[in-house]
Design a protein around this ligand. Sequence first.
Ligand code: EPZ
Length: 412
Amino acid sequence: MGKVKTQGAKNAALPVMAAALLLRGQRLTLDRVPDLQDIHTMADLLRHLGATIDFANGRMTIDVPDELKWETPADLVRKMRASSLVLGPLIARCGRAILPLPGGCAIGSRPIDFHLKALARMGAEIDLEQGSVHAKTSGLRSARIYFDFPSVGATENILMAAALVPGETVIENAAREPEIVNLSETLRAMGAQIEGEGTGTIHIKGCRDLKSASVTIIPDRIEASTYLLAGVMTRGNVEVTDIAPEYLEALTFKLDEAGIPTTVSPNSVSVACKGINWKGVTLKTLPYPGFPTDLQPQIMATLCIAEGTSVIHESVFDSRYMHVGEFKRMGSKIDIQGNTVVITGVPLLTGAEVHASDLRAGAALILMGLAAEGESVVCSLKHVWRGYEDLTGKLLALGADIELLADEKEEA
Ligand code: EPZ
């Protein structure tokens, strides 16, 4: 049985780091922060705005001065969509913000209209000039916010902005991800009153002077799931530890439906798949607690070698199938029909040279390479280093036959 310890969640650490901007002459301390490129990009952005950051061995301290800059640099913002998470804190704290509109990426157009409409409803004046958001306010006010779609980032931006606003802000149709709960715990520790996080309705009573706080980042459910599926696809034995099993229920229930048994303990989940074959299933990606879109490429890889046919419907992003072409180069039988794919399982994949189009597609291609006959070369791993800490080291420790080529070295 190979064991792998789950890293802190990238998508929890990024908004929690942005929340530090709400402080004035105070410090936010974070534990279990993963050492990833996106984390360093966010740290560079916060430093640009005036924060002092120390980060070593999973512990990060963010010291925030009385005065902050509120204009964000295009080179950093365009590197990472999550840069938009500084918008709410900056407007609430400085009354101003300039943010270049984050570009689209390989998984879709990724607008921030929900964020902007909600901030406007709280009293921000929003203008778009030369591809940047120019926002200003004489003071945000509490409001009732309704999201057309339970957007993770928009929920986070409004949570953070409302944490500085006296009066009660209510978010309806809020995102329910565990990362939202982690951010809410952080804001509560800083002095905001928050109720309902993890449900579709969140109540926030903010206060003008939030205070220093410490928070531990939750485990990364997508990273943990990726290693579990590596165990499945290679018909090996893998246990992921330091994970809350309830975060993985959408996956473990789907694996059970496919005929893949999982074993759950209070802080670990494991698979033992020697000699196991699995059948095709149907799934739809949905906001939490539905099947996570960030696991769609990885489960697709697993279903490529199922017995029978599978159907996947991607309902969160408008085009998250860039990886299908690369999967076909390895012998997969996949037919794209709009936002649905039909997968006909094949007994064996064949190794090939393939390119990662985004973070999760890259991880899925590595899983495909581990399961395929012959050697595979996965290129453009810079995407993968954004979200997976020491991926090759962890896979080697699990017994994978994998080697990192010089030109793909991880620059965290
Ligand atoms: C977060 O992105 C995650 N990123 C994504 O993970 C994840 O795929 C996504 O949530 C969905 O779970 C971080 O947390 C840093 P959304 P976010 O707002 O907040 C549309 C990864 O691999 N939308 O919930 O950007 C949007 O286009 C990344 O780690 C609008 O139309 O996701 C998408 O179709 C990839 N207008 C859908 O909503 C808006 O204003 C969900 O987006 C905002 C979103």
